[in-house]
Ligand binder design. Structure first.
Ligand code: FEO
Length: 401
């Protein structure tokens, strides 16, 4: 995609990766992603972030289309060192030879550990630091652990624009550049998916950052993330921030996710009976078998659910591996405010529900009594599972009251 002037003298010079399908285990819903970066032309010219290394050629091409003969990039601003944004940094330093590379205090450490540079003109810019580009100012706000220690936001008051790196991003490869050009419900879903799979454990940091933006009274009418669509206009920027507040607060909805794997369908029958009990009481239910669903798609559903019901038969004194994968993934993302419960069948040793309950406790969930059965559930056991669903529904109702 060609560069795009997003405000007078400020250009998107990023790359669209139509074919990316995974970020270290986070499946991208077949939507790809973008690596946004931005070139600000003033008396000094600044490049905000780079792109993944495989798109270095695209970045050079886009920058060449924006710079006039004799112009050069003076400054780099590196908001985040993860290789999807800084993967081209060493190549860019060699080619453009910037006077300064601005980076957060933790960013300097990450930059050193990634690139082992000796003579780069790095300048550390803690929160509150300002630099002048001529007519414009850039102000830096550290956002440690959103979602790496080095993460930083860059704000330009004259243009009311904030470059937010991963925050407010969505993995969505599009020819459009602005959020007001695409379907809003898809945008919201993909923002939520990104949040659930990348940002969720750092929700307290998000709330703190939103508070800082309010305290600093930043006037914002453009939010430029490094993935996906750009928010333009005060109303859309406010929408994006309110979505992040909603995601970060993790207030559950009247919704339950049942995630399971099954060997010979006994656990599956139990899971479906729990679903019926929940639905009977008006809870919106998602039933997701790990044989057919990626763990990140399950996590996207779990984000705003009030209850997570997990199911697995006992397998070699443990649980089935696809469930172990799911539970490991979920525990790392630390979802809050959930009720948990478990079901499972067994042949002889029968540890499944105990093991699943331990995982739920480790995730900080309020664990309700589960149901287990030897080999195949009969009508009575399925009735117990149905009642388990109703009991979970009652707990959800109490939680949401
Ligand atoms: Fe999009 Fe944390 O990198």
């Amino acid at each position: 995609m060609k560069p795009c002037e997003i405000k007078d003298g400020i250009y998107w010079t990023g790359a669209v990766d139509w074919n990316r399908r995974s970020f270290h285990g986070y499946s991208l819903s077949h939507k790809g992603t973008t690596y946004n970066n931005y070139l600000i032309k003033d008396e000094k010219i600044a490049l905000v972030d780079t792109v993944a290394e495989e798109f270095w050629g695209t970045l050079q091409c886009n920058v060449a289309q924006v710079l006039k003969p004799g112009e050069k990039i003076d400054y780099f601003v590196i908001n985040h060192l993860e290789p999807d944004h800084a993967g081209s940094l060493a190549l860019a330093v060699a080619k453009y030879q910037p006077e300064k590379i601005y980076v957060s205090p933790m960013g300097q450490k990450a930059m050193d550990a990634h690139f082992h540079y000796k003579d780069w003109p790095v300048e550390v810019v803690p929160t509150g630091t300002e630099i002048s580009l001529g007519k414009r100012t850039l102000k830096f706000i550290e956002a440690r652990m959103l979602h790496w220690p080095d993460s930083m936001l860059t704000y330009c008051p004259e243009d009311k624009i904030v470059f937010t790196n991963d925050a407010f991003g969505q993995n969505w490869a599009t020819s459009e550049r602005f959020a007001d050009q695409v379907d809003r419900s898809t945008l919201e879903r993909l923002m939520g998916e990104y949040y659930a799979n990348i940002v969720l454990p750092y929700s307290p940091v998000v709330l703190k950052l939103l508070g800082t933006i309010e305290e600093l009274k930043l006037d914002i009418d453009m939010v430029c993330p490094d993935h996906g669509l750009i928010f333009r206009g005060a109303e859309d920027c406010k929408w994006a921030m309110e979505k992040y507040r909603e995601f970060a607060e993790q207030k559950p909805k009247n919704k339950a996710v049942i995630v399971y794997d099954t060997m010979w369908h006994s656990t599956e029958k139990m899971a479906l009976a729990v679903a019926s009990g929940l639905a009977e009481e008006g809870v919106s239910v998602r039933v997701m078998c790990m044989k057919n669903n990626h763990h990140s798609d399950v996590m996207s559903e779990i984000r705003d659910a009030a209850a997570v019901i997990v199911g697995s038969p006992t397998h070699n004194n443990g649980i089935l591996p696809l469930m172990a994968d799911m539970l490991t993934y979920m525990k790392g993302l630390r979802p809050q405010n959930k009720i948990g419960s478990a079901v499972g069948s067994f042949g002889w040793s029968g540890e499944c529900v105990k093991i699943l309950n331990q995982w739920l406790e480790d995730c900080g969930m309020e664990v309700l009594e589960g149901v287990k059965v030897k080999h195949v559930p009969d009508h009575e056991i399925l009735g117990k599972c149905f009642d388990q669903g109703k009991a979970i529904a009652a707990a959800i109702k109490a939680k949401l009251a």
